[in-house]
Design a protein around this ligand. Structure first.
Ligand SMILES: Cc1ncc(COP(=O)(O)O)c(C=O)c1O
Length: 367
C-alpha cells in the first residue's frame, strides 16, 4: 500500500480536504467493511467471540511492529487517562512527577489528582508553546519517579526531546511516560531505542481505528515497578482458561496489563493497523512532515503566524494563531476543508492519506 493508494480507500480524503486527524482519524473502507461484517455476524449470532479475541492478538502484533517493540511488552489499553491514572495511583507520598502545562488533561489531571495523597507534582509552564530542554532537565533534577509528556502536543504539535527526557529521567531514578495519543501511527516512535517506559496510544486518531481500542507499551522496568490495576480474566496467562477459580495464573508478559476488549473496535483496528504497518511508520512520518512543512511555508507567504519551533520540534500538527478561530473553521468547512478550533486558533493535521493538493486547498481557503 502506498500513501496514494490509501488515500483512495479513505472517503474523508476523497470527498473533502480532511485535515483533522488530531481530532479523529477517519476510517478507511477496509475498517468500515470489517465493522459491518462484525455487526452482521453479531446480529445473526453466527460469530465466535474467540475470533474477535484472536483478532486482538493480531492487533497487538501489528502495534508492536508499528513502534518497533517486542510483542510481549505491549498491553491493550484504550485510554490514556485510564493508563496514566492506573500508574499515578501507585505513586507513593513524596515521590515526584514532572509534567508540563501544555499536556492534554488525560496526561495532566491523573498526576495532579495525586497531590492530596502527598505526591509531589511539578508542572513546568510552557513558553511560546514549548519547553526548553534545560528547563526540563532542571525540573527533573536528581530524583523523579515519573516524567510525563506527549509525543506531540494536541494544541500545537510541539514535539519534546523524548530521548533526552528518557535519559535524564532514568539518571534521576524515574520512568518516562509518553502520551502518544497524538503521534502513534502518524510519526515514527521507537520506545525501545529512545528509552520510553510507557507509551500509551488510543487508536482513534493517527492509527485511524475506532475509539475503544488502544495500546500501552511498557519497558521491563515499568512492568517491574508498577502493577496492573484492573485485574480479571484478561490478565491471565491463558485468558480463555481464566474464567473461574481462585488460582491467579497471571500473564508473565505485558498482557497482564490488558483491559477487556471492545470487539467491534478490535476488528476495525486490525484493518487499519494492517494498512499503516504496510506503509511503515518511517515513511508515514516523512510524508506527514513534508506536508506540514509545505503548509508552514505557505502560511509564512500569507503572513499567518504559527509557533516558532525548532525544526526537530515540528510535527504533522500545525496550529495557526487566529483571533477569530471559530469563524475561520466555519469558513474553511464551507470550502470543504476540515480543521479544528483550538486554544490558539485553528489546528491543522496532516496524515498519510493527505497530499499536496490538500495543503494547497487549505492555504487558498485561508488566504
Ligand atoms: C494528547 C492527547 N492525549 C490523550 C487524549 C485522549 O485521552 P483519553 O484516551 O483519555 O480519552 C487526547 C485527545 O484529544 C490527546 O490529544
Amino acid at each position: 500500500v502506498t500513501p496514494a493508494e490509501l488515500r483512495r480507500l479513505v472517503p474523508a480524503a476523497t470527498e473533502r480536504t480532511y485535515l483533522n486527524t488530531a481530532t479523529y482519524g477517519p476510517a478507511s473502507r477496509p475498517v468500515v467493511a470489517a465493522i459491518q461484517d462484525f455487526t452482521d455476524r453479531w446480529s445473526r449470532g453466527v460469530a465466535e467471540y474467540l475470533e474477535w479475541e484472536a483478532a486482538a492478538e493480531d492487533c497487538r502484533r501489528l502495534f508492536a511492529k508499528l513502534v518497533d517493540a517486542a510483542v510481549e511488552d505491549v498491553a491493550i489499553q484504550p485510554y490514556v487517562s485510564a493508563t496514566a491514572g492506573a500508574i499515578a495511583v501507585q505513586l507513593r507520598p513524596g515521590e515526584r512527577v514532572v509534567v508540563d502545562d501544555l499536556e492534554y488533561t488525560s496526561n495532566l489531571w491523573p498526576w495532579l489528582y495525586q497531590r492530596d495523597r502527598g505526591v509531589d507534582v511539578t508542572v513546568i509552564p510552557a513558553r511560546e508553546g514549548r519547553v526548553d530542554l534545560e528547563v526540563w532537565l532542571e525540573a527533573i533534577g536528581e530524583r523523579v519517579a515519573i516524567t510525563a509528556v506527549s509525543a506531540m502536543q494536541s494544541s500545537n504539535g510541539y514535539r519534546a526531546p523524548l530521548a533526552r527526557l528518557a535519559a535524564a529521567t532514568h539518571a534521576a531514578g524515574g520512568l518516562l511516560f509518553v502520551d502518544a495519543c497524538q503521534g502513534a501511527g502518524g510519526i515514527r516512535l521507537n520506545p525501545v531505542e529512545d528509552g520510553f517506559d510507557f507509551l500509551a496510544a488510543d487508536s482513534y486518531k493517527w492509527m485511524m481505528g475506532p475509539r475503544g481500542m488502544g495500546y500501552l507499551y511498557l519497558s521491563k522496568a515499568a512492568q517491574e515497578r508498577f502493577r496492573p490495576v484492573t485485574m480479571g480474566w484478561r490478565s491471565g496467562r491463558h485468558p480463555q482458561e481464566s474464567y473461574y477459580g481462585v488460582d491467579m495464573d497471571l500473564s508473565p508478559s505485558a498482557s497482564r496489563f490488558d483491559s477487556s476488549l471492545s470487539w467491534i473496535a478490535v476488528v476495525g483496528d486490525r484493518e487499519s493497523l494492517g494498512l499503516l504497518t504496510t506503509i511503515g511508520a518511517g515513511r508515514i512520518e516523512a510524508h506527514n512532515l513534508a506536508l506540514a512543512a509545505r503548509f508552514r511555508a505557505g502560511l509564512t507567504r500569507l503572513g499567518q503566524e504559527t509557533d516558532p519551533f525548532r525544526p526537530e520540534e515540528h510535527s504533522p500538527i500545525v496550529a495557526v494563531h487566529l483571533p477569530d478561530g471559530d469563524a475561520v473553521v466555519q469558513r474553511l468547512k464551507q470550502a470543504g476543508v476540515i480543521a479544528s478550533r483550538r486554544a490558539t486558533g485553528v489546528r491543522f493535521s496532516f496524515h498519510v492519506f493527505n497530499d499536496e493538493s490538500d495543503v494547497d486547498r487549505a492555504l487558498s481557503a485561508l488566504a
